[in-house]
Ligand binder design. Structure first.
Ligand code: NAD
Length: 269
């Protein structure tokens, strides 16, 4: 194979959580375009999930949609069972589902804290734990990939950048950062590759209000000067799970137009 040949995921099976919209939907499509069959997990937006499935099929791949809450252990197990039953044993898992509930710190109810931690952090744990268990049951498929399995967490620049008014979200993503690195350390010897993508501001439903109120303000935080699109992140994830990135392990890849570069210092601070 040429070192710069296009990314190929031919014949691999992928599971993407929260794939009815935004980055998850674009990722499911990108993985299918690279040759994978994809389970599209959704929480409540069945129509969105079906649109993602249509994009997978348009790329000539198989897919299924599956309802499930990533913060529920039984739901997560069922997603993997469905994937195995309908598509085959899973090679690639993208833990993407996530939410924001923004509150000033003293107004933050325990429920606002707990829900974000449950979905963003505990959900990532449950999905990754099930992924590792299933990878180990399936065994290597060297004709498809050099790794036994690949996991990518969708983290955020806020795994590093503090975020006032969103302590629950930033804490959840900071947690994902150490979850990812600890897991990478633990399972690397077993040929399971684990990484994160850390997006900056990407135009999706999660930040629609913020963009309506102050797109210019957001842009001022991005040295590269544009708000990202879901496809910007989907391409990165497709590369991370491919053998082109086989030596990338335990890494959080910031795809943020430079948002993590202390943009306040652009004009001498
Ligand atoms: P989005 O709202 O379009 O997508 C979030 C997805 O998660 C939705 O499909 C939603 O249905 C799903 N989801 C929510 N709760 C769930 C649950 N309990 N079980 C299963 N699925 C559930 O927004 P997005 O921007 O595409 O968000 C995807 C991920 O990207 C999130 O983890 C988010 O934190 C992360 N992220 C987004 C940005 C951004 O600027 N958009 C930046 C950094 C990180």
């Amino acid at each position: 194979m040429s070192m710069t040949e296009a990314i190929s995921l031919d014949g691999q099976i992928a599971l993407v959580t929260g794939a009815s919209s935004g980055i998850g939907a674009a990722t499911a499509q990108a993985l299918a375009e690279a040759g994978a069959d994809v389970l599209v997990n959704y929480h409540s937006d069945e129509e969105g999930a079906k649109a993602t499935l249509a994009a997978i099929q348009a790329a000539g791949r198989r897919g299924i949609v599956a309802r499930g809450d990533v913060s529920r252990e039984d739901d997560v197990r069922r997603l993997f069972d469905l994937c195995e039953g309908e598509l085959g044993e899973v090679d690639i898992v993208v833990s993407n589902a996530g939410i924001q509930i923004d509150r000033a710190f003293t107004d933050m109810e325990l429920a606002d804290w707990q829900k974000v931690i449950d979905i963003n952090l505990t959900g990532a744990f449950l999905v990754a734990r099930e992924a590792v268990r299933r990878f180990e049951e399936k065994g290597m498929r060297p004709e498809l990939s050099r790794a036994l399995g690949k996991i990518v967490f969708n983290s955020s620049v806020h795994e590093r950048i503090p975020w006032a008014g969103r302590a629950n979200y930033a804490a959840s993503k900071g947690g994902v950062s150490l979850l990812m690195r600890s897991l990478a350390q633990e399972v690397g010897r077993r040929k399971i590759r684990v990484n994160s993508v850390a997006p900056g501001a990407i135009a999706t439903a999660i930040n629609e209000e913020e963009r309506e109120e102050g797109a210019e303000e957001i842009r001022s935080l991005i040295p590269y000067g544009r708000i990202g699109e879901p496809e910007d992140i989907a391409r990165v994830i497709a590369w991370l799970v491919s053998d082109a990135a086989d030596y990338v392990h335990g890494h959080s890849l910031f795809a943020d137009g430079g948002m993590a570069l202390y943009p306040g210092f652009i004009d001498n601070g």
